[in-house]
Design a protein around this ligand. Structure first.
Ligand SMILES: CNc1nc2cc(C(N)=O)ccc2[nH]1
Ligand SMILES: [Zn+2]
Length: 370
């Protein structure tokens, strides 16, 4: 069964501490979820992801629907077994990828016709198909099928898209039967505060066990995201988890937590790791830079990860210079640990009532001149 316990709300911001209970384990919030798009957190074994302190991972319905396909995952006994991950999994509904990855899409009230970005074959996803796929995957938290409208979009487009997403949410709820999966509604409405209010109120009236804020981190300035998010969380229930989709750099995570967000996911840390960019307490570091050629200090002296305890910047620079696969793995270990540890420290700062101080200290050291 699924439960959310709100444990504390900060006095000087909307930051909150909570705990999510799922059939595959508990999740302390605020939480950052590593992304395992195609049933793997790229270059990591599940044991390594667990050792980093990850409590839940995200996988993508769109990708798994195309490859390996639902029949194989069904025969494997579901996604947990297939990928050998026994902690919680959240799957998205496929909406975002259908609109951002596939070719010539046709959106109708019924659903979305599209061509696979892999082989160009014709595919169709609807609210019902998305729920059936996620049921087969067996994830603990599943998302309603939605449209994440591009940025910028006109008021009229966002209104029509948001109202259809609400009608699709209704269909998802009607079609979803598995008691051991929690279906979250996704609030849309673009950058328009009045539409965000309408979307939130309509979805809250459908009584989902949790709510995501979609349609953000789509290229809008951070200031706009902050404003829209601050407005939207006002209409989200206190006693249910709030999930901001697609957010993952340290500043975006701090700003989201400050505005009452409990969960976030992003491919950023694993993606930039594979091209040699690592996050450290002193800011981002591009390891191929010549200045690290004879730098035998760890990526981040303040980091407790396996990479920082055993390897130097010079060694990491060498691995990336000669395209050694180990470099991708060691950088991924570090970036994931960096964000997971950051969320652990954020939780501690909320517990001890110094979140805003922690945020400004971190910003100063990281080099955010905000
Ligand atoms: C990276 N930014 C991002 N924005 C997102 C919005 C959605 C959504 N469903 O609106 C999903 C994934 C997202 N990722
Ligand atoms: Zn490290």
């Amino acid at each position: 069964m699924f439960k959310f316990e709100l444990q504390k709300t900060a006095k000087d911001s909307k930051a909150r501490l909570g705990k999510i209970i799922t059939p595959h384990g508990e999740i302390e919030t605020p939480i950052f979820m590593p992304v395992g798009t195609r049933a793997t957190v790229k270059t990591m074994t599940p044991e390594e992801v667990k050792d980093l302190g990850a409590q839940i991972i995200l996988s993508n319905t769109y990708h798994l629907f195309l490859k390996p396909g639902m029949d194989i995952i069904e025969k494997a006994g579901g996604l947990h077994k297939f990928m050998n991950w026994d902690k919680p999994i959240l799957t998205d509904s496929g909406g975002f990828q259908v609109f951002s990855l596939s070719g010539n899409r046709k959106i109708t009230e019924e659903g979305v016709e599209f061509r696979s970005h892999i082989d160009g074959s014709k595919k169709f996803i609807s609210p019902e198909v998305s729920i059936d796929i996620q049921n087969t995957l067996g994830s603990d938290i599943i998302m309603a099928f939605d449209e994440c409208a591009p940025y910028p979009s006109s008021y009229e487009y966002i209104y029509d898209s948001m109202m259809r997403t609400t009608r699709w949410a209704e269909r998802c709820k009607a079609h979803h039967t598995r008691e051991d999966q929690a279906l979250f509604g996704i609030i849309q409405g673009g950058m328009y505060k009045d539409l965000r209010e309408i979307s939130a109120k309509d979805l809250v009236s459908m009584d989902f066990p949790g709510y995501a804020v979609g349609g953000l981190s789509v290229g809008e300035p951070l200031e706009i995201m902050n404003e829209v998010l601050d407005h939207t969380t006002e209409f989200m229930p206190q006693n249910k988890p709030r999930y901001l989709m697609g957010v993952g750099s340290p500043d975006y995570l701090f700003e989201a937590v400050e505005r009452g967000i409990d969960m976030a996911d992003c491919v950023l840390p694993t993606r930039i790791a594979r091209n040699g960019t690592v996050m450290t307490s002193q800011g981002k570091l591009v390891i191929k830079n010549a200045k690290y050629k004879e730098d035998f200090s760890p990526l981040d002296p303040e980091c407790d990860c396996y990479t920082c305890r055993n390897y130097s910047r010079a060694y990491m620079r060498h691995l990336f210079n000669v395209d050694e696969i180990l470099g991708l793995r060691l950088a991924t270990i570090h970036n994931l640990r960096f964000l997971i540890k950051l969320m652990e420290d954020i939780r501690e700062s909320i517990r001890g009532d110094y979140f805003l101080e922690f945020k400004s200290d971190f910003y100063r050291k990281y080099g955010y001149n905000k």
